[in-house]
Design a protein around this ligand. Structure first.
Ligand SMILES: CC(=O)SCCNC(=O)CCNC(=O)[C@H](O)C(C)(C)COP(=O)(O)OP(=O)(O)OC[C@H]1O[C@@H](n2cnc3c(N)ncnc32)[C@H](O)[C@@H]1OP(=O)(O)O
Ligand SMILES: O=CC(=O)O
Ligand SMILES: [Mg+2]
Length: 551
């Protein structure tokens, strides 16, 4: 039996694999342990501050601009100049760190590929470690994949997208790596292992002296961005590379963070390449932030789109903030994906995507996200034909008008109706997503839409909110009040429907029943869980105690 060669204080409880051992080297683990030792106090404090903020919102408060940081919002400062390698980010494809998808994404014609350890990945040991092997091979441009069933070999084209990596959020532990007796901080493992193995090759072969590049998810306050900035500076010092080499785009995808955009950019001003509208987590966060406000029961999930006042203001203010500070204002993800077997439905889906992207580019966004290679060409067309031949709109779309956006605009309730079909769809999608996540898949096509952890979270918290406050469903013509009994019946019926749709064999093989139980529990628990994936994480942890001994 083989063992990982670990430094003092580090224990690996995940399966041994000789390929994983090339990632989990003593030096790389020492680097990760160093990050954890230096920053765990700051991370704990930041998470404690989140809990304090939650108490304020749960006692009737609402997030708003911080008077103490007015000077940051009002003074004139700029972020560091955008590295030339990533000036054009008109279309970015995203996807999990899965081998074939990485090759397809890098070859897709998109300007950037965001390789995801977060919303699109189920963070099992196997997925995470294979993901690091895949990323190392991608950066080294040696990555290949043999699809046995189709006898097709995948390899990189001569021109590929620029790689950004999205580590997990601050809240997620990595239970297979123990540092000084504590589970490692998930995002420091993702960042640390990727940075350690790839910074030199990335800067020389891809970033023209800059990089690696990152996306940073789910932050709620600029103090969390400050920790990332400190992490980057430590990494740069350790690697002996210039300060400001590492660059990151922060997702504004929590309601509190929309009031902190200047402050977040300020903390990361030497390491920033902009902000991104993470619209799905943002909707999830709106519901979560106002979980104790029964006057804020949202309409059906499908009605909470980017044209709702609070969403439009969020995106406009993000553009204004980024351009004032000299960095990219990235748009978000349209959920539609190509529909292979129905040309009319496919065209209708594409049209929705085009419309969404046209709205983004006209508003002043510098680029946007695509979930699927089949969407790159149409999205690229929309962006390039509306950006006057420029790589971005940083200098040309100031959006000073957005200075008039108020706190009230940013929290305004979305308009619409609630329906029994909305409750059913949330339930059907939530259960199927969770069943996929438990079996190792973090992004799935469901009813011709992309579903990932962020969209599943909306389903969960919306159901919770409706059940908790007995929401009246008024969208079907008749008024029905949501009760735990009605929801229990919906769960039962939707599980039967899923069984019919996926077929008995797949249903029996999958973890649908278990997912149904977890999802139902999460929707009816008296206190809302902060994250679905945090609660469910223990179910995908697989410890290998026999391989955890040190050399
Ligand atoms: C809220 C947020 O955080 S958004 C960001 C996180 N979410 C994501 O990144 C989702 C990314 N997208 C996906 O995972 C997938 O597109 C899905 C799950 C939505 C749909 O997947 P599928 O149904 O398997 O797609 P489909 O069968 O049409 O795939 C066709 C081909 O495109 C490839 N493909 C599909 N999506 C992607 C992608 N995002 N990146 C690279 N390749 C992709 C498939 O691998 C397949 O390749 P092949 O023909 O060589 O076998
Ligand atoms: O990460 C993106 C989102 O929409 O959530
Ligand atoms: Mg997200």
């Amino acid at each position: 039996m083989s063992f990982y060669d670990v430094p003092d204080g580090v224990e690996i409880r995940g399966r041994y694999d000789h390929q994983f051992a090339q990632i989990l080297t003593r030096d790389a683990l020492q680097f990760v342990a160093g990050l954890q030792r230096e920053f765990q106090g700051q991370v704990r404090f930041a998470l404690e501050c989140r809990r304090e903020a939650k108490k304020r919102y749960n006692s009737g408060g609402s997030p708003g601009f911080d008077p103490a940081t007015r000077f940051i919002r009002e003074s004139n400062w700029k972020c560091a100049t955008v590295p030339p390698a990533v000036a054009d980010r008109s279309v970015e494809i995203t996807g999990p760190v899965e081998r074939k998808m990485i090759i397809n994404a890098l070859n897709s014609g998109a300007k950037v590929f965001m390789a995801d350890f977060e919303d699109a990945l189920s963070p099992s040991w196997e997925n995470l470690m294979k993901g690091h092997v895949n990323l190392r091979d991608a950066v080294n441009q040696t990555i290949t994949f043999h699809d046995q069933a189709r006898n097709r070999v995948y390899k990189l084209n001569d021109t590929i997208a620029k790689l950004f990596v999205r580590p997990r959020g601050w809240h997620l532990p990595e239970a297979h790596i123990i540092i000084d007796g504590e589970p490692a901080i998930g995002c420091l493992v993702d960042f640390g292992l990727y940075f350690y193995h790839n910074h030199a090759m990335y800067r020389s072969a891809h970033g023209a002296g800059f990089g690696p590049f990152f996306y940073l998810p789910k932050m709620e306050n600029s103090r969390e961005a400050r920790i990332w900035n400190n992490v980057f500076e430590r990494a740069e010092r350790t690697a002996g590379i210039e300060r400001g080499s590492i660059r990151a785009t922060v997702l504004i995808e929590t309601l509190p963070a929309v009031f902190q955009m200047d402050e977040i950019l300020y903390e990361l001003r030497d390491h920033s390449v902009g902000l991104n509208c993470g619209r799905w987590d943002y909707i999830f966060s709106y519901i979560k932030t106002f979980q104790a406000h029964p006057d804020r029961l949202l309409p059906d999930r499908v009605q909470v789109g980017m044209t709702q006042h609070f969403m439009r203001c969020y995106s406009d203010l993000l553009i204004r903030t980024c351009h004032r500070r000299g960095v990219h204002a990235m748009g978000g993800m349209a959920a539609q994906i190509p529909i292979r077997d129905n040309p009319a439905a496919n065209e209708a889906a594409l049209e929705l995507v085009r419309k969404d992207k046209l709205r983004e580019v006209r508003a002043g966004h510098d680029g946007t996200w695509a979930a699927h290679p089949g969407l790159i060409k149409p999205i690229l067309e929309v962006f390039t034909s509306n950006m006057a031949g420029k790589a971005n709109q940083i200098q040309t779309a100031a959006r000073e008008d957005a200075d008039a956006i108020t706190e009230e605009d940013l929290v305004q309730m979305p308009r619409g109706t609630r329906s029994l079909e909305g409750l059913r769809l949330n339930t059907r999608v939530g259960i199927q997503y969770l069943a996929a996540w438990l079996t190792g898949t973090g992004s799935v096509p469901l009813y011709n839409l992309m579903e990932d952890a962020a969209t599943a979270e909306i389903s969960r918290v919306q159901n919770w909110q409706w059940i908790k406050y007995g929401a009246v469903l008024n969208g079907d013509g008749v008024k029905i009040r949501v009760t735990p009994e009605l929801f229990a019946k919906v769960v039962e019926e939707e599980i039967e429907r899923i069984k019919r749709e996926v077929g008995l064999e797949k249903f029996t093989r999958g973890r649908y029943q278990e997912a149904g139980k977890i999802f139902a529990k999460q929707c009816t628990t008296p206190e809302l869980d902060d994250f679905l994936t945090l609660d469910a994480y223990n179910l995908i942890v697989v410890h290998h105690p026999k391989t955890s001994a040190r050399l």
